[in-house]
Design a protein around this ligand. Sequence first.
Ligand code: ITT
Ligand code: NA
Length: 199
Amino acid sequence: TRLILATRNQHKVAELRAILGDAGLDVELVGADAYPEVPDVPETGVTFAENALLKAHALARATGLPAVADDSGLCVDVLNGAPGIFSARWAGKHGDDRANLELLLAQLSDIDAVHRGAHFSCAAALALPDGTERVVEGRLLGTLRTAPSGDGGFGYDPILQPLGETRTCAELTPAEKNAISHRGQAFRALAPVVKDLLG
Ligand code: ITT
Ligand code: NA
């Protein structure tokens, strides 16, 4: 069976291949880049789950194949959950990870250590061409550093230190990050559902 990874974020594609591969899914994972004729769907939802479902349905409908999608972001306690679903374009330009991280650090410059709680959130959605859908969520709780540290991962990884860790997500190995991450938790929960529905 072919399963489309409905994302154009190559960091997510790499993490999803590892996570779903380790979960023992016996399917061919194909990135959305294999379907350039399918236009990106506007992310008009107000939750991670809604946006993940929008992305998965768009690919499944257009290709006639099952699709999984990820919508994710960083939710900062003292900002009432922002950037949240706007994490990818917090500083204006979609996908400018460095600018997004720098702006967030500036916004938190007056916030002391005990008030720097935050979490990553990930909604993992599966959609079938017939409209069947499933969605699950995962979270990674942590605190935000005052300066970036580490070269691994992507996005806000250099400033998020998971609870119980002394390193940031960007200082973890890919396997260490996937073992605890929001994305790892969400897609490990979705994997048996995919197995079930795809047979
Ligand atoms: P697709 O919609 O094509 O999947 P995208 O990059 O636009 O790709 P999102 O709308 O879900 O994806 O935005 C996710 C943003 O949240 C991403 O740009 C990062 O800034 C942040 N983010 C999500 N997961 C992260 C992670 O594991 N580590 C660090 N930052 C993460
Ligand atoms: Na989004």
